[in-house]
Structures are given as C-alpha cells and as structure tokens.
Ligand binder design. Structure first.
Ligand SMILES: CC(C)(COP(=O)(O)OP(=O)(O)OC[C@H]1O[C@@H](n2cnc3c(N)ncnc32)[C@H](O)[C@@H]1OP(=O)(O)O)[C@@H](O)C(=O)NCCC(=O)NCCS
Length: 140
C-alpha cells in the first residue's frame, strides 16, 4: 500500500486536479479555473499550492498564494474516500507554513455560506468566520 504524500502542484497536474474539483461539492469553479488561468496563478504564486497523491492517484488539492500582504487558499478538496484522515489539515497547514516562510502572517478563504462541511472543517482547524465582512465582486 502507498502512503499519501504531499508535493507542490504543477501545471501538469491540471487535468487530474480539475477532475477532482469538478466532482467535489462545495467547490465553485468558473472561467478563472481554466488551464491558462491556473498556469498564470501557479507562475505568480510559485511553490505554494499542493497536491496529495496516493501512488499515482490524486486524492487532494489546494491552491494557495498571496498578494504581498495577505495569503489566500482556494478550492481545498479531499477525495471522499480519503476524508477524515487528516489530509485536509495537512494540505491547509502545509500552505500556511509556506506562506509564513514568505513573510505572510494572515490568510483568508472563501467558503460558500451553505457549505456546512467546509465551515465545520475550517473551524475545527482554527479558522474564524468573519461576521463583519461581506465579499463584494465586480467583473472588469
Ligand atoms: C473540507 C475537507 C477538505 C476536509 O478534508 P478532510 O481531509 O476530511 O479533513 P481532516 O481529516 O484533515 O479533518 C481535520 C479536522 O476537521 C474535522 N472535520 C473534517 N470534516 C468534518 C466534517 N464534515 N464535520 C465536522 N468536522 C470535520 C475532522 O474531524 C478533524 O478534526 P480532528 O482533528 O479534531 O479530528 C473535505 O471534507 C472536502 O473536500 N470537502 C468538500 C470540499 C470543500 O468543502 N472544501 C472546502 C472549500 S472552502
């Protein structure tokens, strides 16, 4: 049996990663997740995003990056049959370690209001829900 191991996400992982995200509830995909956009994201944020593999099977993934002042995680997903094994925590904390080493001391995530699994998970691993903020967005 293979242990799950975690390594940096590369653009070559895109097809497996997008399949995982597409089949995972609570992940909101858009044109921002095209291969070209993810390539751009990984280039601008080199070495922060992670994948979890068991043998050659992708079992988890997360995007991470920063804008110079705050960090952001996106699209954390663990394959259903590997949940509650500590992988979500390992992926999220792995990104935070990398962000911290890059001088970032606070990180934000976006969670759908109805994603109770996500909210329970993030709360359990120490994240606080911000009741004082709304997300506001605009197409440009
Ligand atoms: C959220 C998700 C990534 C968690 O992954 P996971 O590998 O199962 O999480 P972990 O095993 O690392 O769990 C870490 C802690 O959270 C708790 N937890 C995980 N899922 C939970 C749930 N559904 N309800 C309550 N607690 C939960 C675990 O019990 C664990 O706590 P413990 O250390 O006290 O035992 C996974 O459920 C998932 O992919 N969900 C769908 C996608 C999603 O919603 N992602 C978040 C987008 S913002």
């Amino acid at each position: 049996m293979h242990d799950v191991y975690i390594r940096n996400m590369e653009i070559a992982d895109y097809d497996l990663v997008i399949d995982l995200w597409k089949s995972t509830e609570g992940i909101g995909l858009s044109e921002a997740d095209s291969k070209e956009n993810i390539r751009f994201f990984l280039e601008r944020n080199h070495g922060f995003s992670l994948v979890a593999l068991k043998g050659n099977k992708l079992v988890g993934a997360v995007l991470a990056g920063h804008d110079g002042r705050r960090g952001y995680l996106h699209h954390l997903a663990v394959r259903r049959e590997h949940r509650k094994e500590g992988l979500g925590r390992r992926l999220a904390d792995g990104c935070l370690e990398k962000l911290k080493l890059a001088g970032i001391d606070k990180c934000h995530i976006f969670v759908f209001r109805e994603n109770s699994v996500g909210k329970e998970f993030w709360s359990k691993i120490g994240w606080l829900i911000r009741g004082d903020l709304h997300i506001m967005s605009k197409h440009i």
